[in-house]
Ligand binder design. Structure first.
Ligand SMILES: Nc1ncnc2c1ncn2[C@@H]1O[C@H](COP(=O)(O)OP(=O)(O)O)[C@@H](O)[C@H]1O
Ligand SMILES: [Mg+2]
Length: 261
């Protein structure tokens, strides 16, 4: 893998008052791969993602997108680059139908400011079809009538609808049963097959080993390793999560045992 990562974070540090949530963190994801971001509660996963999503500004460090340094100050900046985040609470509106949710805040109007309903409906159906989301009977169904897995699929479809290049999923299967989880994991794999870069945050190592190409482990706000899924084990990743040693000391990169950082 020689090509430039789609997203690369270098030496990201972020404090909240006296709490250093992230210290010199490096992270990358490439097109066509699923990068898992794992770590115990408080490890800094959400903070790292929020720096990419424009919800937080890092105190120091660099963010590169397609090899160029970028400054992401708002979710709008992130969206302009092609970065979409599917948050755990999904931010879907239950009372609205699938099409209305897909276009929420980005509705298409004609010259008379009327909604272009047929076009939005057609594009929604096309996006769902392209992702092989086939269980939703009608795109005019209110989201409240969908199952958990279907809702998650709509949230993912909404994220990829806008020519996104990078989709970040925060605990996408946390609220799902077994069959629905498999449906969503299949969708995650498909996004990467279509060439997108995908980041998945999960507590569930089963989900990670089912989908990820590589696994980045954070512990106490620091990098403790990047593992290739095919060359590691769940046990090794659990050990890194619970007892991993930082791969950098005082900003000087050090080789990580068993890791390919
Ligand atoms: N907005 C905030 N204000 C103060 N402390 C925060 C804030 N967000 C996160 N933290 C702290 O930063 C650390 C990392 O949190 P977080 O990124 O949410 O971890 P994770 O998502 O891995 O569970 C924790 O110690 C948390 O309490
Ligand atoms: Mg979190």
């Amino acid at each position: 893998m020689n090509e430039t990562p789609l997203l690369e974070l270098r030496n990201i540090t972020k404090s909240f008052g006296s709490v250093e949530a992230l210290t010199d963190v490096d992270f990358e994801v490439r097109n066509g791969e699923v990068m898992a971001l794992v770590g115990d509660n408080g490890a800094g996963k959400s903070t790292l993602i929020k720096c990419v999503a424009g919800a937080h500004s890092p105190d120091s460090g660099e963010i590169l997108f397609e090899g160029k340094e970028v400054h992401i100050h708002s979710p709008k900046d992130a969206a302009k680059l092609g970065i979409e985040v599917v948050y755990q609470d999904l931010a879907l509106c239950d009372n609205l139908d699938v099409v209305q949710n897909m276009y929420l805040g980005r509705e298409e109007h004609d010259v008379l400011q009327r909604l272009k309903e047929p076009i939005m409906e057609q594009r929604t159906a096309e996006t769902l079809k392209s992702l092989a989301v086939t269980t939703i009977r009608s795109v005019r169904q209110p989201v409240a009538t969908l199952s958990g897995g279907q809702r998650q699929s709509v949230a993912v479809a909404k994220a990829v609808q806008w020519n996104s290049k990078l989709v970040i999923l925060d605990e996408p299967t946390a609220a799902l049963g077994v069959a629905q989880t498999e449906q969503v994991l299949e969708l995650v794999r498909r996004l990467a097959e279509q060439g997108l870069a995908v980041v998945i945050i999960s507590h569930n190592l089963h989900d990670i080993f089912e989908t990820a190409t590589r696994i980045t482990v954070l512990r106490l706000g620091r990098n403790v390793g990047v593992y290739e899924r095919a060359k590691t084990t769940q046990q090794e990743v659990v050990e890194a999560i619970t007892a991993g040693v930082p791969t950098k000391v005082s900003g000087i990169p050090a080789p990580a045992v068993g890791a390919t950082a």
